[in-house]
Ligand binder design. Structure first.
Ligand code: FAQ
Length: 316
């Protein structure tokens, strides 16, 4: 057995024994590459995901709603930073990650290319988008890469708070005036299908799933996670007294799950390939913010160098 084969055997033994793979451990190149891809895209989603809700910060209808939304959006920035840090442990720099986002070679969740047209969209995002994210992320707490799994624990706690704030907003709207209830219904209609698309293509079409499941990067498949979300959402819609956006939703006694209509996969591929409503706007905004922040990064660098020189002088 070659030394490479021995390393591979040891790696697979750890994966099978549910031991975490840590940054300094040996890992196959393809495992590292796949992790960099998935974790960085997850981080980019958190960062770009600040924009749709950020759009409503100045127009929140009360001080309470504004304070809550502001801290939610800040939480998403924090999630992006933990995830970028986890990705950096795999040997790639923050600058490279950001360049890949900005030149379009790294994706981010398709949902964030939809516009937030009304205040009710902010409630629908908290409830449905954070809700879908958490269904996925709960299973990622058991992912095989240590830094990713640990980041997920804290992120899930914060996301569950976000879901509750979104749903509480939807309750307030659904129990409000007929016009407010109509806003809630409209937001649900527009965000339901894109939220289902967050789970990715069907398993049969998913390029990375088989490998990722084998290496326990992913613990449940795209379709299984999507089904969990569909199942949990039905009762939540009923409780709000809103119409389900899927006219075909139906309980299936045999499978013990809800069956629903098919997603518009042309729309999904169009959005992930850069042609959604807001793809261009999201990246332009990111580039502008990144350029405006250049002086902060330069100042931090200069400060660090100054401290280092001071330490050298003191040591001499
Ligand atoms: N959007 O072979 P698969 C959040 C791409 S966090 C865009 O099935 P995989 C918090 C996929 O990357 C939301 N692209 O891929 C928040 C791949 O492209 P590539 C983010 C998508 O990785 C809330 C190609 O299609 N969560 O929302 C999408 O095995 C509110 C083939 O697909 C995560 O990232 C999509 N929906 O499975 C923030 C969770 N679906 O890389 C602010 C971690 C697929 O070959 C406000 N990620 N693609 O060019 C995952 O669990 C997985 O990466 C999946 C995709 C399930 C997303």
């Amino acid at each position: 057995m070659s030394s490479e084969e021995k390393l591979m055997e040891n790696f697979m033994r750890k994966i099978e024994a549910e031991e975490k793979i840590e940054p300094k451990d040996w890992m196959p190149k393809a495992y590292r590459k796949n992790l960099i891809r998935q974790i960085s895209q997850h981080g980019h989603s958190e960062i770009i995901g600040m924009q749709p809700e950020g759009n409503w910060l100045t127009r929140a209808p009360s001080l309470r709603r504004k304070a809550v939304l502001l801290s939610k959006v800040q939480d998403e920035a924090g999630h992006g930073l933990y995830l970028y840090s986890a990705t950096e442990t795999l040997g790639i720099s923050r600058a490279e990650l950001i360049a890949a986002l900005q030149d379009g070679s790294a994706k981010y969740a398709s949902i964030f290319n939809y516009p937030t047209q009304t205040w009710a969209d902010v409630g629908a995002i908290g409830w449905l988008v954070d809700g879908a994210a958490i269904v996925n992320q709960i299973s990622l707490q058991r992912t095989s890469y240590g830094p990713y799994a640990r980041a997920m624990v804290r992120i899930c706690k914060e996301e569950s708070f976000h879901v509750r704030q979104g749903y509480e907003m939807m309750i307030a709207l659904a129990q409000g005036s007929p016009a407010q209830k109509a806003l809630a219904q409209d937001a649900l209609n527009r965000f339901y299908w894109p939220a289902l698309m967050m789970f990715g293509p069907h398993d049969s079409e998913s390029a990375h799933s088989a490998r990722s499941m084998q290496w326990k990067i992913k613990r449940e498949t795209n379709d299984d996670l999507r089904q969990k979300f569909v199942d949990q959402t039905v009762a939540q819609i009923e409780f709000l007294g809103l119409q389900h956006p899927d006219a075909d939703i139906k309980w299936n006694e045999e499978t013990g799950h809800y069956d629903g209509g098919e997603l518009d996969w042309d729309e999904f591929y169009s959005v992930i390939n850069g042609n959604g409503h807001c793809n261009r706007q999201r990246i332009e905004h990111h580039v502008a913010a990144h350029e405006e922040g250049a002086w902060v990064r330069e100042a931090m660098q200069a400060y660090r160098e100054k401290q280092r020189n001071k330490a050298h002088k003191q040591a001499a």
